[in-house]
Design a protein. Structure first.
Length: 136
């Protein structure tokens, strides 16, 4: 059972979890995996949301798994979702973490602190959107 204040968090890969080196996998950004692991421990669902597909997508999934993070879903809103050409490809998430935000990506420590505020003060609901654009 998920905690009451759990979130669905869509996370970009290149430039967000790792330094941007596309099509290669860049080095992990500081505290990225520590933060993602802690968020999962707290019951939040993480979706890998990336431009990558095919072999390059598998490289990203494998890199994350090697670093202790397995995602709830990858480039889809839930694991069983099938793209039939009729439904939207927009991911259904409460929060999006991406380096292409207006204002750029926050550090992973700051991202974690902002998400933590919603646990300590449920009345301060996280503003749904992209980190960097919507700060609480």
């Amino acid at each position: 059972m998920l905690p009451k204040n759990s979130l669905i968090i869509a996370v970009d890969f290149d430039g967000t979890i790792v330094e941007d080196a596309y099509p290669k996998v860049g080095p992990a950004r500081i505290f990225a995996f520590d933060t993602l692991i802690e968020l999962q421990k707290k019951g939040h669902r993480l979706i890998l949301w990336t431009y990558r597909y095919g072999e390059r997508l598998q490289d990203a999934v494998d890199f994350c798994k090697k670093n202790g993070v397995e995602f709830y879903a990858v480039n889809q809103s839930y694991p069983e979702e099938k793209f039939d050409g009729k439904i939207s490809r927009k991911i259904n998430a409460d929060v999006f973490i991406d380096d292409r935000n207006l204002g750029g990506i926050l550090g992973w420590g700051e991202i974690y602190q902002q998400l933590l505020k919603t646990e300590k003060h449920p009345e301060r609901k996280i503003k749904k959107g992209f980190f960097g654009l919507f700060k609480s």
